[in-house]
Design a protein around this ligand. Structure first.
Ligand SMILES: [Ca+2]
Ligand SMILES: [Ca+2]
Length: 335
């Protein structure tokens, strides 16, 4: 007997890998009026639904990507002198920014007291040439510049999130809450993300159990089932940085739909006028965010990062939008 088979409905998106979570689109209140000026004002934004990685991209996943493509990260390449006017020739070498706690009290305005550009630091050597990632397979990859994140996303058949998409996913369905899990940093004393306890940058009392990065599922997921949006490592977004958010739309008709951040021209750091390196928005804070220094362990928090910069506390995760037509490379992307 002949069985009539109906054609399945045509979808432009192939089934996403199992390590992604669907975020249903909607309108939300982006930003915060209660913290740093760059998070204000709160304004309504609409985003379409999308898939997001359950966790930040791990060292194991990045290793698969490098093995398959031969990709060389920005931190592994000696920079061109002409891109860094004023830099002394002997200062131009391949490396990345690493964190070292100072031994004495420091001026919190002077981040050179705890950040240093370390020769030979890269994703395989997070603390410099003698370090390795042998025991860090499930930790987020770090020391990746924007273009490294983008190359990974393209290889995985994915994209990088906008700031609005990232923040919407990070909020976990909790409208207007301070944190990804509610309004208290440590509800009933429980640590919900890898941040910094103690007096940054000298004293890390390690209350959450991790002095540096942590395995990507070490802390509870948010209401959407997404891990590590807050803390552990900052995450790249595709949006150019702007000093403030746009104002709230006067009417519901005019709420921005899938906003894409500021302009490249507006993203340069006014404090370093001779360095013309544009800056992207990074989100979520890291294991170095402390109550006394940088309370950016919140969905609304944001920071600017030059596209060529890589650090020991900055990684990324990917998303997939509906209608995105990349060919997913057949399961090469392991969980
Ligand atoms: Ca910690
Ligand atoms: Ca994070």
């Amino acid at each position: 007997m002949a069985v009539e088979v109906m054609d399945p409905p045509v979808r432009t998106v192939t089934a996403p890998p199992s390590d992604m979570i669907w975020i249903e689109g909607g309108v939300f209140r982006m930003g915060s009026d209660r913290h740093y000026p760059e998070e204000a004002p709160v304004h309504r934004v609409a985003v379409d639904g999308f898939w997001i990685d359950r966790t930040p991209v791990t060292n194991r996943q990045f290793k698969d990507f490098v093995r398959a493509t031969g990709h060389v990260t920005v931190a592994e390449i000696v920079p061109k002198a002409e891109d860094y006017p004023g830099a002394l020739p002997h200062m131009i070498y391949a490396g990345s920014l690493t964190f070292t706690p100072p031994r004495h009290a420091v001026d919190l305005r002077d981040y050179s007291q705890w950040w240093s550009f370390t020769k030979g630091a890269d994703w395989r050597h997070p603390h410099g040439p003698k370090s390795n990632i042998n025991a860090l397979d499930n930790h987020p990859v770090v020391h990746v510049a924007f273009r490294d994140a983008l190359a990974y996303a393209q290889w995985a058949g994915k994209e990088l999130p906008t700031e609005a998409e990232w923040e919407f996913a990070a909020r976990g369905g909790l409208e207007g809450a301070e944190y990804a899990w509610g309004d208290e940093l440590t509800p009933n004393g429980r640590h919900m993300a890898n941040t910094w306890q103690g007096e940054f940058p000298r004293q890390n009392t390690n209350g959450d159990g991790f002095e540096r990065t942590s395995p990507v599922t070490a802390f509870p997921p948010n209401g959407h089932g997404v891990y590590d949006m807050i803390g552990n490592v900052w995450e790249w977004t595709v949006d150019w940085y702007s000093q403030k958010h746009q104002g709230d739309a006067p009417k519901a008709c005019c709420i921005p739909q899938n906003p894409r951040g500021g302009s490249q021209d507006g993203s340069y750091d006014p404090a370093t006028a001779n360095v013309r390196i544009p800056r992207k928005v990074i989100k979520g804070g890291s294991h170095l965010c402390a109550p006394n220094y940088c309370r950016r362990y919140r969905p609304a928090a944001r920071h600017a990062e030059q596209v060529d910069t890589s650090t020991s506390h900055l990684g990324f995760r990917c998303i997939r939008r509906e209608g995105f037509n990349a060919t997913y490379n057949g399961g090469r992307h392991h969980v």
